[in-house]
Design a protein around this ligand. Structure first.
Ligand SMILES: *Cc1c(COP(=O)(O)O)cnc(C)c1O
Length: 396
């Protein structure tokens, strides 16, 4: 049966696509080798440099984020290479499995899924690796399964403190364009992202931002690669073209998404996400529930994962919010399946979207008989009113 009003897609990606981007995508397909396409390709490649904050190379794939994970590894590494990863949550574990299937030897530092990657533990492991067998350190910037952020500059510092030559690879699939990210300044070798989270697009595009050091590693890397090969992208990309058919209409949308991010200002975008994260946590605390991330200062502005009381099904609760309020919340993944639900507060999102979302959560908690204290919506509203965005944002 039709439900009136819009569907609240408050999972932490795919995020809601704003109308301006949908209109940009809803255009006739053009010849991707014709003269009109070059400007589209060049604008997208240049624009993504500004989002990654890099002056180096960016590669765009017509794939989901998983493809860009694989691309980062196959372009830089050789069979049997050791890679050091950190179990921040489900996505870090998936990336590790992918590395193993490619014929690498991944090593996953175990984590409790309640914070970002710990730079000290990475430093300790690298210090033991006197023979420099570890060729890459891979971390997830915003762990979407838990709502925890890894302090990437500190991971860089840990690698440098040991003087270890490993490449630093960062999955910022759900962090980019929502949380501060600086590919060049932070000394990241390969950054990985996707279209359907902070970039406000449908799923279907993925990205690598690549350092000089990673390009150098690609010259001798021996893992087989064809579709993902950075080298094949180089020449056509210089003129705005691609070696195979790009996702033409997604690139139309991407160019508008990049414009929208710069019109708002990246700093304002980051502040907005941080503020909505804080307001959401105020609501969760008022409900008497627990935020999964317990590392102070590492809580995500993209999503909040909420632990259900022992014995209460998070999935049954999510089914209730969907059925009664047309609100999709994120599920708990693998280790925390049915134990947590995730509130996405990313992308094209404002104070009233947050208030509506939290109202749906609070009504859903009541309706599904979860033991909780009412008043989370009130607490979030108070937080928003007490913490107005910077004057530069509201002055317009
Ligand atoms: C969404 C996501 C992925 C997977 O991306 P797909 O587009 O589903 O392939 C990987 N890592 C993180 C952190 C993500 O949020």
């Amino acid at each position: 049966m039709r439900m009136a009003g819009r569907h609240f897609l408050q999972i932490p990606g795919p995020s809601t696509v704003p109308e301006r981007i949908m209109r940009a995508i809803d255009m006739p397909v053009i010849d991707h080798r014709g003269p009109d396409f070059a400007a589209v390709g060049l604008k997208a490649l240049e624009g993504m440099r500004s989002i990654f904050r890099t002056t180096g190379r960016v590669v765009i794939y017509p794939s989901s984020g998983t493809g860009a994970w694989e691309a980062a590894l196959v372009n830089t590494l050789s069979p049997g290479d050791r890679v050091l990863m950190y179990e921040t949550g489900h996505f870090a574990s998936l990336w590790c499995k992918l590395a193993g299937r490619l014929g690498l030897r991944p090593e996953l530092i175990p984590g409790d899924w309640r914070g970002g990657a710990d730079p000290d533990r990475i430093e300790t492991r690298l210090r033991q690796d006197r023979g420099h067998e570890i060729k890459a350190v891979c971390v997830v910037h915003n762990e979407t399964s838990t709502g925890s952020v890894t302090p990437v500059p500190e991971i860089r510092k840990a690698i440098d403190a040991v003087g270890h030559p490993a490449l630093l690879m960062v999955d910022t699939i759900s962090g980019l364009a929502s949380i501060d990210y600086r590919h060049d300044e932070w000394g990241v070798d390969v950054s990985i992202s996707g279209s359907q989270k902070g970039l406000m697009l449908p799923p279907g595009l993925s990205f690598n931002a690549i350092s000089e050091k990673a390009l150098e590693a690609a010259r001798t890397a021996a893992l087989p690669r064809s579709y993902w090969d950075w080298a094949a992208m180089k020449e056509p990309n210089e003129k705005g073209y691609f070696p195979y058919t790009p996702a033409t209409n997604m690139l139309f949308g991407l160019n508008v998404a990049i414009d929208m991010l710069h019109e708002e200002g990246l700093e304002n975008v980051f502040a907005r996400h941080a503020r909505h994260g804080a307001a959401t946590r105020a609501a969760v605390r008022a409900w008497g529930l627990e935020v999964l991330c317990r590392q102070q200062g590492q809580e995500s502005g993209v999503l909040t994962a909420v632990l259900m009381p022992e014995g209460v099904s998070a999935d049954a609760f999510r089914a209730t919010t969907l059925r009664h309020y047309n609100l999709s919340l994120g599920n708990g993944l693998s280790k925390v399946a049915d134990r947590v639900f995730r509130i996405g507060h990313l992308g094209d999102f404002n104070d009233l979207t947050l208030m509506a979302t939290l109202s749906g959560v609070e009504m859903g908690l009541a309706k599904s008989g979860v033991p909780f204290t009412p008043g989370g919506v009130e607490a979030a509203m108070r937080y928003l009113m007490d913490n107005e965005p910077a004057a530069s944002v509201v002055a317009r």
